[in-house]
Design a protein around this ligand. Structure first.
Ligand SMILES: Nc1ncnc2c1ncn2[C@@H]1O[C@H](COP(=O)(O)OP(=O)(O)OP(=O)(O)O)[C@@H](O)[C@H]1O
Length: 269
């Protein structure tokens, strides 16, 4: 595994619907081992961009490149379970998952997951105790852990999460982001996620892409929070409040995340 291995490269992606431009000329590049978070206001095109990255939505223009044989684990915004199906968490995780590409004529082949893999995935996300719970009665944070376990069963090179902390309280959000960081380290995967504001992701992400139909700004979260486009979208108070979430160090970052004035004794914590 190399740190600079590119997993996903979207170039000049545009998407139009009903004569309306939803995404316009968006670039996004993600490396193995890196966490990139897409932020932006409601309707900014975050979910559409994720769906284009996943290949679920064809772009109107631009190119999408994935590393060969890339395995993607996807954690959707909502729990994809029919309310009339009384599944336990174990039943849900045992549903066969795709194990290859769909062709024009045939759906993707599916694979069954072994019991020990299901248990290991649940253990990894701290949700082993939920094995026999009815899937539909889980809390927001429990649902996200179970969906993460499901994504891990694919042994992903790239984890894609659409608003993973939606409906989760603040301490639960911090726990979930810490879990995502641990999974990135343990599996050496890349992570692409959507979030609504930079506040909670500040300490959890390497790169931020601030989207509002086009890319407003992109780079290290600290640098993005100072960018005029970010402040115009989220207000200047939002970047002031970020100070409490910032990790402490004694140098600054460029938009690319490089330390601009790092000296021999400077520190990160
Ligand atoms: N299938 C579709 N048909 C028509 N319009 C669509 C379709 N899918 C998305 N849109 C529109 O595209 C825009 C961007 O939607 P998207 O779901 O990507 O926004 P978002 O940034 O994820 O928003 P939110 O933060 O509210 O989840 C919205 O105005 C939405 O109504």
């Amino acid at each position: 595994m190399t740190k600079t291995e590119c997993l996903l490269n979207l170039q000049q992606i545009s998407w139009h619907i009903d004569g309306r431009s939803v995404l316009d000329g968006v670039d996004l590049r993600l490396q193995r081992g890196e966490i990139t978070t897409i932020i932006g206001p409601n309707g900014a095109g975050k979910t559409c961009l994720i769906r284009i990255a996943l290949g679920l939505l064809p772009a109107s223009a631009g190119t999408r490149w994935l590393a060969p044989n890339l395995r993607i684990g996807y954690v959707p915004q909502r729990f994809p379970i029919n309310p009339y199906l009384p599944l336990t968490v174990a039943d849900f995780l045992a549903l066969p998952g795709p194990s290859g590409q769909a062709s024009r004529w045939w759906p993707a082949p599916r694979q069954r997951y072994a019991q020990q893999d299901i248990l290991a995935a649940l253990r990894e996300v701290g949700a082993e105790h939920l094995l026999l719970h009815p899937a539909l009665t889980l809390s927001g944070g429990e649902q996200q852990r179970v969906l993460l376990a499901r994504a891990l069963l694919r042994k992903p090179d790239l984890l894609v999460l659409d608003e993973p902390v939606q409906g989760v309280d603040l301490s639960g959000q911090n726990e979930l982001y810490a879990l995502i960081r641990r999974l990135r380290e343990r599996h050496g995967c890349g992570v692409l996620m959507v979030s609504h504001d930079l506040h909670v992701v500040m300490a959890a992400t390497d790169q931020v892409l601030c989207l509002n139909r086009h890319v407003c700004c992109t780079g290290h979260p600290e640098a993005v929070s100072q960018h005029p486009e970010y402040q115009r979208l989220f207000g200047t108070s939002s970047s002031r409040d970020l100070a409490i979430y910032t990790h402490h160090h004694d140098h600054h970052h460029s938009l690319q995340g490089d330390a601009t004035d790092c000296h021999a004794g400077c520190t990160h914590d």
